[in-house]
Design a protein around this ligand. Sequence first.
Ligand SMILES: Cc1cc2nc3c(=O)[nH]c(=O)nc-3n(C[C@H](O)[C@H](O)[C@H](O)COP(=O)(O)O)c2cc1C
Length: 311
Amino acid sequence: MQLPFTGPWLLAPMEGVTEPCFRELVLERNPPDTLGGAFTEFVRVVSEALPAKTLRKHLGPRRFPQPVGLQLMGADLAALAETARRAEESGAPLIDLNFGCPAKGALRGCSGSDLLRDPVRLEQTVKAVKEAVESIPVTAKIRAGYDHANDVEILARAAEAGGADLLTVHCRTRAEFYSEAVEWERIARAVRAVSIPVCGNGGVRTHADLERMRAETGCSYVMVGQAALGDPWIFSGRSVGAAQAADFLVAYADLLAERSGTRPARVTGRLKQLLARWTAGGLVEDEERGEWLSERDPERTLVRLRAAMTA
Ligand SMILES: Cc1cc2nc3c(=O)[nH]c(=O)nc-3n(C[C@H](O)[C@H](O)[C@H](O)COP(=O)(O)O)c2cc1C
């Protein structure tokens, strides 16, 4: 099935980060021939299908040339399938299935990375969702394995056999969590094992890494997670100044406050999540990072950012 992505690089689903406000700002700042698509945070389906209203909230109010895939995670196949059907009806351009979440809650519910130990169940999960939707692609996102990466081919083939239209391989195993070291060769192994397109993921730090991962592994798409929190322009490779970098953060704070009435303390919490990794525009020098992060007064952080916008 034709994938709706407009370019080769994708913004990863990140819980607590890629809600509509952050996503929109990133989508706006990267042309669609570079940043080809994004994903919602994972949406957990427990024992009942989620209402369309919840799904629409995750998809957000604005549309961009790039598709935003709705990521679902769950173990109850009937509830998952019905949620996917409702998501298609609500305008989701693509459903992504999470088989990588390492959180204990996901494991207790036999979902997320737990299914890396059960390729048969993984295949059945993809199949159930694939059969529930009519005309949108279903993609699967796995880690390279649970506690070892010996079976990445088996997992990749299970997703393909279930009918996945694209497979994203986060090259760390669940046991490796978010380790610094990454082995892209595991992505290459998945590429060789299946005939569906593969999206490589894990350890991209710079714009140049995007093309390098594609060349080294043969994957068709590359997904960026953590590095996009520090440099939202990583997809286009545009180098911005401190003023533009500060403008992003102020726009993010404004949007969070106005859109969802997020309390000032929570807004700064979200800002600090980005400031902890921020590299764009030389706005946050390493020796100043501690100072930015320890600021308790939300207003003072904003005043400092606004000053940087005009400096
Ligand atoms: C804060 C955070 C939240 C995440 N939430 C999700 C999620 O909701 N769904 C998912 O499939 N992966 C999630 N991930 C994993 C990322 O999508 C990605 O696979 C991982 O960060 C590896 O890519 P990177 O090395 O470029 O960061 C999350 C990662 C981070 C850092």
